[in-house]
Write a protein of this length. Structure first.
Lengths: 95, 434
């Protein structure tokens, strides 16, 4: 609970990108360093963009199987209301 | 019977009823008191008054809740509902009945419930369960959010709607739970614990329900539920719809939201905002790089404008010119140097002559002065026939203190004589005179 979770890669990448941008902005770097940092920044931005697209829209609900195992089951939702379709078929509790 | 009529006072029904009414009205035990009971024979009258019976296992009392008193009531009365009412007993003469006039009413147990929650809150607070240092930050980019709530409630609809709008390609995984009534607490706890399992790959949990009455939200005030919120390893948002009283789950969760929609907004970033942030940073960086490269380009261009880069042959010529110029300057300087050395040699010769002349001059002057010095010397005087007379080691210039028989020494040019004074005289005369 109190131990700090390791920062996810995306957040680290975004933070590093911000740091790099600031360093470039500072004007303290040599041309070589600037180019290196810029290339790093381009790579980080690419990584972040990829991460943003990585997940696929899915909505699933956990259901208890007859053998007691819990499995996830995809459900459809109504686009406008967010309502789960055919919700009579899903269990209302894991217990 | 006749005796009684003669000697005793006879009261009318009204008199007696009047006395009863007065007794009842003046009894402190019957006025301004709280009583507890169950509602039955409930009638909402068109006039706005509410009539009902209040009963428990052993008795029943008629009650009237008049319009001017019940207008602030925030719940609807139902048959069988347990309530606590405040008011007083009054007698209705015409019917020979007494009834309880209600001024205030609240649901039975609510006060105790609030007190119990307050006590629990204090206990958990002392345990450190609500310590801000325990709070985990929410992930900036959750890929999969877990939701513990009823799959048919308003909460899940709101969360899905808001989350999908903000981040279209988000994964939502629902742990269905009973959120009120019996078994709700266990169901919510099971959901939170299940979603905490790494297998589901959840980044953040939203647990809650839509708004409801105070009792409807009670599951989120139960100690074991509150503890389950606090024990969640994953960041958890308490999302219980409420306006005034926050459920204790709000205090134990990492973040509290007043509605499920608000919880979804806290948990799910707006994808476009993140994209904008990245593109803005990249634009800034690119601009900066272009500027930097431009400035270097300009410097290179400036350097290339030097003649050497435009026409190398001319540069060579230039070097040749420089070289011969240097040669000229070197030979010139050598000649100049030689001349200077000759000059100074000549000057030294002159100087030598000058010194020589001066020296001869000095010699001459010295010789002249030397002969003068010779004349002053006592030796020269002695040569001319003078002598020096000593008595002991003292030279004698006067006869005073010299007596006959004194031994003196007379020094002449080439020797000395030891003499004995025969006589002394004050007269100074040389031999020629005597």
């Amino acid at each position: 609970m109190e131990k700090k979770a390791k920062k996810p890669a995306f957040e680290e990448a975004l933070e590093e990108l911000e740091t790099i941008a600031q360093k470039l902005e500072s004007g303290e770097l040599t041309l070589d360093e600037s180019i290196q940092y810029y290339e790093k920044g381009v790579a980080l931005a690419k990584f972040c963009r990829q991460k943003l697209e990585e997940a696929e829209r899915t909505i699933e609900i956990l259901q208890k199987q007859p053998d007691g195992n819990i499995q996830k089951k995809p459900v459809k939702v109504k686009e406008d209301t967010g309502e789960i379709e055919d919700d009579e078929d899903v269990q209302g509790s894991l217990l | 019977m006749e005796d009684i009529e003669k000697h005793e006072t006879v009261y009318s029904v009204s008199d007696i009823t009047g006395i009863i009414k007065q007794l009842v009205a003046s009894a402190p035990e019957l006025n301004g008191v709280w009583i507890k009971g169950e509602i039955s024979n409930l009638t909402y009258h068109s006039s706005g008054h509410i009539y009902f019976s209040l009963k428990d296992e052993g008795a029943v009392i008629q009650a009237a809740f008049f319009k001017y008193s019940n207008k602030n009531l925030d719940f609807k009365l139902e048959e069988g509902m347990s309530v606590v009412v405040f008011g007083g007993v009054t007698v209705f003469e015409k019917r020979g009945q007494y009834q309880f006039i209600v001024y205030k009413m609240r649901k039975e147990g609510l006060g105790e419930l609030l007190q119990r929650i307050e006590k629990l809150k204090e206990k958990l607070y002392k345990e450190g369960l609500f310590d801000p240092r325990r709070k985990k930050p929410l992930p900036k980019l959750p890929r999969r959010i877990g939701v513990v709530t009823s799959p048919t409630g308003a909460a899940i609809r709101d969360i899905i709607k808001v989350a999908m709008r903000r981040y279209p390609n988000l994964e939502i995984i629902i742990a269905p739970a009973k959120v009120q009534g019996e078994g709700a607490a266990e169901s919510i706890i099971a959901g939170i614990q299940e979603l905490n399992k790494p297998a589901w790959g959840v980044d953040v949990i939203i647990a809650g329900r839509g708004g409801g009455s105070f009792e409807d939200l009670m599951a989120f005030n139960e100690e074991k539920v509150v503890r389950a919120f606090a024990a969640s390893k994953l960041p958890i948002i308490s999302a219980v719809g409420h306006q005034i009283d926050s459920p204790l789950s709000d205090l134990a969760a990492d973040v509290a939201a007043t509605t499920p929609s608000a919880a979804a907004e806290l948990a799910v970033p707006v994808k476009e905002d993140i994209q904008d942030t990245i593109e803005q940073i990249m634009e800034k960086m690119t601009k900066r790089m272009v500027m930097l490269l431009q400035s270097f380009h300009n410097r290179i261009a400036l350097v290339l404008q030097y003649r050497a880069f435009q026409n190398p042959v001319s540069m060579l010529e230039q070097h040749e010119l420089t070289l011969s110029d240097v040669e000229n300057r070197i030979s010139l300087s050598i000649h100049k140097r030689l001349y200077e050395v000759k000059e100074s040699l000549n000057r030294i010769k002159d100087l030598h002559l000058l010194v020589k002349n001066r020296l001869q001059n000095y010699k001459h002057v010295f010789m002249m002065n030397a002969s003068k010095v010779e004349h002053l010397s006592p030796v020269a005087v002695l040569k001319r026939g003078y002598s020096i007379t000593l008595k002991g080691n003292t030279s004698i210039a006067s006869v005073q203190g010299i007596r006959q028989g004194d031994d003196v020494k007379v020094i002449v040019y080439d020797g000395s004589m030891n003499c004995e004074v025969q006589s002394t005289s004050n007269e100074v005369s040389f031999g020629k005179k005597s």
